[in-house]
Design a protein around this ligand. Sequence first.
Ligand code: DLL
Length: 432
Amino acid sequence: MDYFDSEDQSLPPEQLRKLQTNRLASLVNYLYENVLFYRNKLKHCGVKPGDINSLEQLQDLPFTIKEDFRDNYPFGLFAADLEDVVRVHASSGTTGKPTVVGYTKQDIDLWSRLAARTLACGGGSANDVVQVAYGYGLFTGGLGMHYGGEKLGATVIPISSGNSRQQLQLMEDFNTTLLCCTPTYALQLLETAREEGIDFHSLPLKTGFFGAEPWSDSMRQSIEQRMNIDALDIYGLSEIIGPGVSSECLEKQGLHIFEDHFYPEIIDPVSGQPLPEGEQGELVITCMTKQALPLLRYRTRDITSITREPCPCGRTFARMERVRGRTDDMLIIRGVNVFPSQIEAVLLEIEETEPHYQIIVKREGTLDELEIQVEVNRKLFTDAVKGLEKLQQKINHAIINTLNLRAKITLVEPRSLKRHQGKSQRVIDHRT
Ligand code: DLL
């Protein structure tokens, strides 16, 4: 099949491995020569330029972690001179300084290609109109998908996030076919459309490219049905490049990792040891071809698994399953491990609720308390109290059955929980 960059994405496995091995070897030489931080680390592991000739040797190389960015703030990990860096982005850390990333002209070109691949994974081409409703600015979502759209030759609407009424109006007037935003923002657009009496079934929108935060397959089904589109999961992180690290194709059977540039591994997050194919663990990425900020074995903290089973779409790249959460957003409640996305999946199965919820965790005495606030759909809210009580019990049972955890379920009015235009904040943990 012929689509943007199709040749690179359908390399036979042996050729891909050879390319990766060569790129890994060059990367190690490049890092040794250009980044003091890595030279010290490599020396410590006894690795010199020229030592790498197989992918298996990767396991002996050191990891890079988020704290390394903080310790080398702002530009200490850059491998290129600032003179050659044409752009920086940053993501806010949970504590203190933001994580700063840089791009040379060549890096921007690579990023644009990878974001264009992402759009092409959903059938995008030069004939499309792309509405980029990710935030523009230091966040990589907006500009990343923007350059991808242009690289593809499509028509880009750089509207950024927010202003939902205008989003819908332009969607109608400019015949938007591809929509890029967070899944939470897609929900908000649906809500505004309902208020404005706009029916997505009458719009030419075909595909949504939703990412930057965890979401569930049930949420996908709900959005697809109500927007009358294919909703694809797209993944990336600033440290690696931004959006354009991996993307679902229309088969929707996991996200193809663009592994000619980003070599993936799955490790046990506790021991750091590599895990076999198919097992769930922390995703580690080696960024082999960037100039300004190539990274060795970056620990993403995102939990997923990888398969190399062939995909009917013909892309030969490995696929990762939907990220269910991060090692650092897994909640431990009364000893039970819970990802917020698991709670979401339960709630979305219950048709009387809206896909807007908030998870609150507190400690009462020595015991953890989990409260789930969820919006009830309009019709039920006007019904008798008895109906609400029954619904509360139904949700409680579903949570106990799936997560083996008792929660306090609070039903709230439609539209009463806070809305987010970018990444949502589903969890408030008062214990930390
Ligand atoms: O969120 C880049 C991006 C923009 C990806 C637009 C997709 C679309 P950061 O702000 O650095 O970069 O946040 C990266 O967000 O480590 C994951 O924890 C989470 N994340 C990103 N995409 C997904 C996804 C951008 N599809 C962090 N599913 C990552 C789950 C995701 N989590």
